[in-house]
Design a protein around this ligand. Structure first.
Ligand code: NAD
Length: 441
C-alpha cells in the first residue's frame, strides 16, 4: 500500500519552487484574495521552433522557450540555458526564482528565463551561433532593453550573449541596443566584474551571515573547511575566492567526479589540472571521491554550484556541513530543507546566495543605457553593499517571523528558515509594488 512516506519526492523544479512558495506563504497573513494565482503563474510563456542548417548541410529543427514570470518591478531578467533536458516547466520555475531574486537584490527587474533544447557538447561553434541567431529572431520584440533582458546560464556564455546582441542590433538598427543582454564580452559593453560576480557575491553573503553570527560556532572564514560541488563559472570562482578569504578547500567536484584533501587543495593547481585533463580527477596529491561523497564530506561549508535537486530526502541527513551556501539555482528540495533544519544546518538560499550575478548584470545594464564604463572597485563595492543588505534583510525578517511564531504559539518544528524569510521578503516587496501600481485597472 502506498503511504505518504513511500511517495517518491518530486525532483521537478516547478513542483519544488511551488512547495517553497507555499511554505513561505504560510508566513504571510494578509494577502489580497486571488493574488496567489497572479504571483505563481508566469505572465507570458513563449514557445519557438526554428530550423537551422547544420555543418553537414542537413537541417534540424530546435525547440526553445522564453518565460516572463513577472515584470511589475521592472523588465524581465534571466538567463538562457542550452541543455538537452531543458523543459518549459524548468524554465518557468527558474523564471519565478528570478522574480524573487531581483526583489531580494532590490534591482528594478522582474523575473524571466529562456532555454533551447540542444546539446552544446555535440554542436560546433557555427551551429551554436546559427541556433542563437534563429532563437533571437523568433523571440523578436519579446526581448528588449526595457522588456526582457537575457543573460548567460548553463552552457551559454559571453560569446552566446555577443550573438544575442548582434542579432538584436541588426533587427533594430540606429539605436543603442547594448542593454538588450548582459554578460557580454567587455569590448561589447560587458561590465568588469561580471564574470566573477556570482561567486564573489556568494563570498560576501557568507561573510555577512557569519558576521551576524547566524551559524553556531562559525564566526568567520579563517580556516573554515569548504567543499564545492561544480567547478564552472560560479564554483571555480567561489573556490578561488573562499580560499583567498582564508578558508581551506577540502573537496571539489565536477561532472566527472571529485577530489579531496584534508589539509586543503590548491585552487590554481586544481584548475590547471582541469584545464589540461578536462577533469579534476587525478589532480596530484588528492584522493578521488564521488559527488555523493563530496556532499557528505567532513566540512563546515558546503557550496553546491552545479545542478538542481542535488540535496534531497535520500542524502540530506548525511550532510555534515554547518552551513550550505546555494550558489546553484534550486540545488536543495523542500524535503531536504526540513531535514537540514532538523539537524540545525543553516542554508543560505539560492535567491540570496547567487544574486551577485544579477546585481552586476544590473550594473552592466545601467552602464549600457548611459554609455558608461565603471571600474572594478566601483562594481565590487556596489556588489558587496547589496549582498550585505540582502543578507541583513533576510536575517532580520527571519528573526521577526520567529518572534511572531513564538507569540502565536505556532507548532514546534515550524520555525522559519532563511529560505522562508527570503521568499517572504521578496513576495512582500513585489506585492507592495503591484498594489501601488493597481496593475489590473
Ligand atoms: P557552468 O556551466 O559554468 O558550470 C557547471 C559546472 O557544474 C561544471 O563544472 C560541470 O562540470 C559541473 N557539473 C555538472 N554536473 C555535475 C554533477 N553531477 N556533479 C558535480 N558537478 C557537476 O555553470 P555556472 O554558470 O557555473 O552555473 C552553475 C549553477 O549556478 C547553475 O545552477 C546556474 O543556474 C547557477 N547560477 C549561475 C550564475 C552565473 O552567473 N553563471 C548566476 C546565478 C546562478
Amino acid at each position: 500500500m502506498s503511504t505518504p512516506d513511500s511517495v517518491p519526492e518530486s525532483l521537478d523544479l516547478l513542483v519544488v519552487a511551488r512547495q517553497q512558495f507555499d511554505r513561505a506563504l504560510s508566513w504571510i497573513d494578509d494577502l489580497k484574495a486571488g493574488l496567489v494565482d497572479y504571483l505563481v503563474n508566469p505572465r507570458r510563456s513563449i514557445h519557438v521552433r526554428f530550423t537551422v542548417v547544420m555543418d553537414d548541410n542537413s537541417v534540424r529543427t530546435f525547440h526553445g522557450f522564453r518565460v516572463l514570470h513577472n515584470n511589475a518591478r521592472g523588465p524581465g531578467k534571466g538567463g538562457i540555458r542550452y541543455h538537452p533536458d531543458v523543459t518549459e516547466d524548468e524554465v518557468s520555475a527558474l523564471a519565478a526564482l528570478m522574480t524573487w531574486k531581483t526583489a531580494i537584490a532590490d534591482v528594478p527587474f522582474g523575473g524571466a528565463k529562456g532555454g533551447v533544447i540542444c546539446d552544446p557538447g555535440k554542436l560546433s561553434r557555427a551551429e551554436l551561433r546559427r541556433i542563437t541567431r534563429r532563437y533571437v529572431i523568433e523571440l523578436g520584440d519579446s526581448i528588449g532593453p526595457h522588456t526582457d533582458i537575457p543573460a548567460p546560464d548553463l552552457y551559454t556564455n559571453q560569446q552566446t550573449m555577443a550573438w544575442v546582441y548582434d542579432t538584436y542590433d541588426q533587427l533594430h538598427p540606429g539605436q543603442n541596443n547594448r542593454a538588450v543582454v548582459t554578460g557580454k564580452p567587455l569590448e561589447l559593453g560587458g561590465s568588469v566584474g561580471r564574470a566573477d560576480a556570482t561567486g564573489r557575491g556568494a563570498l560576501y553573503a557568507t561573510q555577512q551571515l557569519l558576521r551576524r553570527k547566524a551559524v553556531t560556532g562559525l564566526d568567520n572564514l579563517e580556516g573554515a573547511r569548504v567543499a564545492v560541488q561544480g567547478l564552472g563559472q560560479v564554483g571555480a570562482t567561489a573556490m578561488r575566492l573562499f580560499h583567498g578569504a582564508g578558508a581551506r578547500i577540502v573537496a571539489v567536484s565536477d561532472s566527472t567526479g571529485g577530489v579531496a584533501r584534508k589539509d586543503g587543495l590548491n585552487p590554481e593547481e586544481i584548475l590547471a589540472h582541469k584545464r589540461k585533463h578536462g577533469s579534476v580527477v587525478g589532480a596530484p596529491g588528492t584522493v578521488a571521491i564521488s559527488n555523493e561523497e563530496l556532499l557528505a564530506c567532513d566540512c563546515d561549508i558546503l557550496i553546491p554550484a552545479a545542478l538542481e535537486c542535488q540535496i534531497r530526502a535520500d542524502n540530506a541527513a548525511k550532510i555534515k556541513a554547518r552551513l550550505i551556501v546555494e550558489a546553484a539555482n534550486g540545488p536543495s528540495t523542500p524535503a531536504a530543507d526540513d531535514i537540514l533544519q532538523a539537524h540545525d544546518i543553516v542554508l543560505l538560499p539560492d535567491i540570496v546566495a547567487n544574486s551577485g550575478g544579477v546585481i552586476v548584470s544590473y550594473l552592466e545594464w545601467v552602464q549600457n543605457l548611459e554609455n558608461q564604463q565603471w571600474d572594478l572597485e566601483t562594481v565590487e563595492q556596489f556588489l558587496e553593499k547589496r549582498m550585505v543588505r540582502a543578507v541583513d534583510a533576510v536575517i532580520d525578517r527571519r528573526n521577526a517571523l520567529e518572534e511572531k511564531a513564538a507569540g502565536s504559539g505556532r507548532a514546534a518544528g515550524k520555525r522559519p528558515t532563511l529560505r522562508d524569510a527570503a521568499l517572504v521578503t521578496a513576495i512582500s516587496r513585489l506585492v507592495e509594488v503591484v498594489l501601488q501600481r493597481d496593475v489590473w485597472l
